[in-house]
Design a protein around this ligand. Structure first.
Ligand SMILES: *[C@@H]1O[C@H](CO)[C@@H](O)[C@H](O)[C@H]1NC(C)=O
Ligand SMILES: *[C@@H]1O[C@H](CO)[C@@H](O)[C@H](O)[C@H]1NC(C)=O
Ligand SMILES: *[C@@H]1O[C@H](CO)[C@@H](O)[C@H](O)[C@H]1NC(C)=O
Length: 259
């Protein structure tokens, strides 16, 4: 091998290593769920939903209003997410938290940029169609709330007739172009310190929605919190808890208004 080729190879190795390090420091992976924090859960896991989904379901199954919560990359087992689902259910909704990763959520033995290739939120939005159709066939109207990865899922669903209203909390992978295709009232809850979807980008989403004039939207940037603040936070930090509670209240208000 020529020395130039060798140099190139070394450079490539360094670049790949740098990319991996960057990946590990992604805010998408901060504050991973602590499964030991699992408390009393009001719902249960069912494993035979249309589309072949397992899901955590909670709340009155006879309700004519359903909320589908789409998790972050850590999946539907996260205790805080299930607690949020129970709180949403307590206001009268039937809540479904699908295992979009079919038992293979991200964990720290994986590389996010590799894992995401076989766990695309765009593909998941397609795969979820039978699940959403079955809720619809039961006479339910449907809202979708998504966190991080689930924010992109919610944005994709918002382009279809599979929902009536969506809320994106600190989304990942969402683009301004997505905002051009949204068909339903959309709320976006961003974070001042989000490095995945920085507040400037959230403002671009807002600008796009404003210019369209045909979509109900609400955008809020939460101060002094980072990506993940609504569903992965330090449960002993009062400010973090308060911010997450506020995000939940905003999400509920949006669902109450449009469902
Ligand atoms: C990480 O995921 C792999 C593949 O799903 C699984 O075999 C492994 O047990 C997981 N590790 C942890 C710590 O959960
Ligand atoms: C947010 O960013 C500010 C300024 O960079 C920093 O001082 C603060 O610690 C950050 N807070 C969080 C929760 O990331
Ligand atoms: C969580 O918050 C508490 C109280 O603010 C703080 O003492 C602790 O260091 C925080 N833990 C982490 C992992 O940041």
């Amino acid at each position: 091998m020529s020395s130039a080729a060798l140099l190139f190879l070394c450079l490539a190795v360094v670049l790949v290593a740098a990319a991996t390090v960057h990946d590990e420091h992604s805010q998408c992976l901060d504050n991973p769920p602590d499964l030991s924090l699992r408390g009393v859960e009001a719902g249960k896991v069912v494993d035979d939903l249309p589309g072949g989904f397992r899901a955590y379901v909670t709340g009155p199954s006879m309700s004519i209003r359903a909320i589908v919560l789409a998790s972050d990359v850590y999946g539907f087992e996260a205790p805080i997410l299930r607690n949020i689902a129970d709180k949403v259910a307590a206001t009268g909704y039937y809540v479904v938290v699908p295992d979009f990763f079919h038992g293979d959520p991200y964990n720290d033995s994986k590389i996010l940029s590799e894992w995401i290739k076989s766990h695309s939120p765009v593909t998941a939005a397609q795969d979820a169609k039978p699940l959403l159709a079955s809720l619809r066939n039961e006479g339910k109207s449907i809202g979708v709330g998504g966190y991080c990865w689930g924010g992109k899922f919610a944005a994709e669903i918002a382009k279809t007739d599979d929902t009536e209203v969506v809320v994106l909390s600190h989304p990942a992978y969402v683009t301004v172009d997505d905002m051009k295709e949204v068909k339903w009232p959309i709320e976006i809850l961003g974070a001042q310190n989000d490095t995945i979807t920085p507040q400037e980008q959230v403002r671009q989403f807002e600008q796009e929605l404003r210019e369209r004039m045909d979509i109900e939207y609400f955008v809020k940037i939460f101060p002094r919190v980072a990506h993940g603040f609504a569903c992965r936070y330090n449960t002993t930090d009062p400010f973090a808890v308060k911010s997450a509670e506020k995000a939940l209240a905003y999400m509920l208000d949006w669902f109450h208004k449009y469902l």
